[in-house]
Design a binder for this molecule. Structure first.
Ligand code: 8YV
Length: 319
């Protein structure tokens, strides 16, 4: 039997590509750039499966124009907001993601954002690196202490819980809001808030760790940001669409927020040029899961899902 043909639009880890080539006929894109709608549609007539990233968008329009040859979209991501899942399913296309394996790397990055935002990492690095550091005072670059502060987590899934575990190492008091309250063994002593507004009121640091959905789009708007304690720090390592970026600029400009740490933006790649005015916005370019170990694990998880599909089984991460 001939081997299934799969399209891998982005530069996945070497170990992933080696394993993929061992088991499948692999078509790679010439350049490591986001697959466009036209490319996705054209390739769907040439391949049986795809391993896209969050950079390839399967909107209802794109899905409507896919060739019936394509049978599985085995995403290399936990987030699925780039996929219109009902549209894909109604076309009989199996959709999978890669949960769990990027939990720790993403929580690590959220922690980095929290610490970097709280302790003036952008300004500190710049002043030393540029050779402009000619002054020191006890009043210089005084930040906000993370240890012992209250951390509010929106979305207590895998990443939220991993962040809570790491934050306990800094003696943080953990609060969370989630659609449903977790079992005590998963809560680990964290305080549950049945409304987002109640969580905001106690969050010296607020970390967004929930998926981007129609309901969560623009969730952190002006009204919600105003509910955070004065001097709070906002961290977003989930999705840019959760934050109203204009309202965030206003909250930073007014001083209501002390700082923000962002790995995700409404526009990606690119980010928001308005944020560059503020040294107290510490930014990374959507690299939450970008560690060697995690990239291999994500690639292998996507391949595990493909393998199960081609064995005639329902993949473990089928949606
Ligand atoms: C990934 C992510 O790097 O998995 C996700 O949902 O946001 C990222 O950490 C990316 O999606 C890879 O496709």
């Amino acid at each position: 039997m001939s081997r299934p043909v799969i399209w891998i639009p982005r530069r996945l880890s070497d170990a992933t590509l080696d394993r993929a080539r061992r088991d499948y006929e692999v078509i790679l894109k010439d350049e490591d750039t986001a697959g466009t709608a036209d490319e996705i549609i054209a390739l769907s007539a040439k391949v049986d499966g795809m391993i896209p990233c969050h950079s390839e968008h399967f909107s209802a329009d794109v899905v409507g124009r896919l060739d019936p040859r394509l049978k599985i979209v085995a995403n290399h991501s936990v987030g699925l907001d780039h996929c219109d899942i009902p549209a894909l399913k109604s076309k009989g296309i199996t959709v999978t993601n890669t949960p769990d394996v990027l939990t720790d790397a993403t929580a690590e990055l959220a922690m980095l954002l929290m610490l970097g935002a709280a302790r003036h990492a952008v300004a500190g690095d710049r002043v030393v690196r540029s050779g402009a550091w000619d002054f020191w005072s006890p009043a210089f670059m005084v930040g906000k202490q993370v240890t012992g502060s209250r951390l509010g987590i929106v979305g207590m899934g895998g990443v939220g819980r991993a962040l809570a575990r790491k934050a306990r190492g800094l003696d943080m008091e953990i609060h969370y809001h989630n659609r449903t309250r977790l079992a005590p063994e998963l809560e680990g002593g964290a305080t549950y808030h049945d409304s987002l507004d109640s969580l905001l009121e106690v969050s010296d640091f607020l970390s967004l760790n929930c998926p981007a959905t129609a309901e969560s789009t623009g969730m952190m708007n002006a009204e919600r940001l105003a509910k955070l304690p004065a001097g709070a720090v906002l961290v977003n390592a989930a999705r840019g669409s959760l934050v109203d970026e204009t309202a965030l600029v206003e909250a930073i400009e007014s001083g209501h927020l002390a700082a923000a740490g962002l790995d995700c933006f409404v526009t990606e790649p690119g980010g928001n040029p308005d944020f560059a005015r503020f040294d107290n916005i510490f930014m990374m370019p959507h690299v939450g899961s970008a560690t060697v170990k995690t990239r291999d694990a994500m690639g292998f998880r996507a391949l595990d899902n493909l393998d199960a599909f081609y064995r005639g089984e329902t993949p473990g991460d089928a949606q």
